[in-house]
Design a protein around this ligand. Structure first.
Ligand SMILES: [Zn+2]
Length: 232
C-alpha cells in the first residue's frame, strides 16, 4: 500500500511555496478562520499541515492540525472517543465528529487555495517536510501519510466507517512522543503536574504524547476527520 514517510528537509526558513511542514505559520485559504479553542477561547497552536501527494486518496487536498497548548483540559487533552463497544471496526456517527473537536481542530482544503497566514502566531520552529514514497510505513518516521497504521499498544483500533456506509481510510499518522520545538518567546505548554503549571521543556507535545491516527472517508466528502490515539 502506498505510503509517504515525511523527511525533514531545508534550512528551517519558511517560504510560501512549501505545502507540507510543521511549525511556522499555516497556509490556509484566506476565508478560513484561525481556530480558537472551544473550551478556553485561546488561539490554538498551529502544529503541522500536509499536502496529500499524487496517488494518495486525498491528493490535491491539504490537512492542517491545531491544538490548544495554553490551558489544561483534563480528559479533553486527548480526542474524545466515540461511544462504541470496540474501537476496532467501529462505526463512527458523523454527528459525533461534528461536535468532538473542542481542544483541537483539523482543517481540510484544496492545497492550491492555501496562502501563508500572517494573522496566525507562529509558536513552533518551522520545518519543511518531504514526502518520501515507500511501500510501507517507516516505524520511526515522525509523520506518515497513507499506508497502514503502526499500532503501538499491540492491538488494532481501526475504525470501519462513518454512519454505517462511508468507509474510512488512514490519511496520516504522527509518531508518539514527537517533540515540536518551541520558538523562543512562545509561551510554554501547560503542564498541570508541575508546580509552575507550565512545561519547562523547549518543545510542545500533541495529545499528551500519544501516537495520532487521522482517518478520513475514502474520498474527501466533507465528513470531518476522525482522530484516534494510542499511548504506551
Ligand atoms: Zn483551550
Amino acid at each position: 500500500m502506498l505510503t509517504w514517510n515525511l523527511q525533514a528537509v531545508g534550512d528551517g526558513v519558511q517560504t510560501p511555496e512549501e505545502d507540507t511542514f510543521w511549525g511556522g505559520k499555516p497556509k490556509l485559504p484566506p476565508a478560513m478562520s484561525v481556530p480558537i479553542c472551544g473550551l478556553c477561547g485561546q488561539e490554538m497552536t498551529f502544529f503541522l499541515q500536509a499536502a496529500f501527494p499524487q496517488g494518495h486518496p486525498w491528493q490535491g487536498k491539504s490537512l492542517a492540525l491545531f491544538y490548544c497548548t495554553d490551558t489544561w483540559h483534563d480528559q479533553f487533552c486527548l480526542p474524545e472517543a466515540p461511544d462504541v463497544r470496540n474501537l476496532n471496526n467501529a462505526d463512527i456517527p458523523s454527528s459525533f465528529l461534528r461536535q468532538y473537536e473542542r481542544t483541537f481542530r483539523t482543517l481540510v482544503f484544496d492545497t492550491d487555495q492555501g496562502v501563508l497566514r500572517e494573522d496566525c502566531t507562529a509558536r513552533i520552529a518551522y520545518q519543511a517536510l518531504f514526502p518520501a514514497k515507500s511501500n510501507r510505513p517507516k516505524q520511526d518516521a515522525d509523520v506518515i501519510l497513507g499506508g497502514e497504521p503502526v499500532w503501538i499498544m499491540g492491538w488494532p483500533e481501526r475504525p470501519a466507517c462513518v454512519d454505517g456506509n462511508q468507509r474510512l481510510t488512514l490519511l496520516a499518522q504522527i509518531r508518539e512522543g514527537l517533540r515540536f520545538p518551541r520558538l523562543e518567546g512562545a509561551p510554554p505548554q501547560v503542564n498541570p503536574f508541575l508546580r509552575s503549571g507550565l512545561s519547562s521543556q523547549p518543545w510542545y507535545h500533541l495529545f499528551a504524547r500519544a501516537r495520532v491516527y487521522l482517518w478520513g472517508t475514502e474520498e474527501p466528502s466533507g465528513v470531518p476527520v476522525y482522530i484516534s490515539v494510542q499511548a504506551q
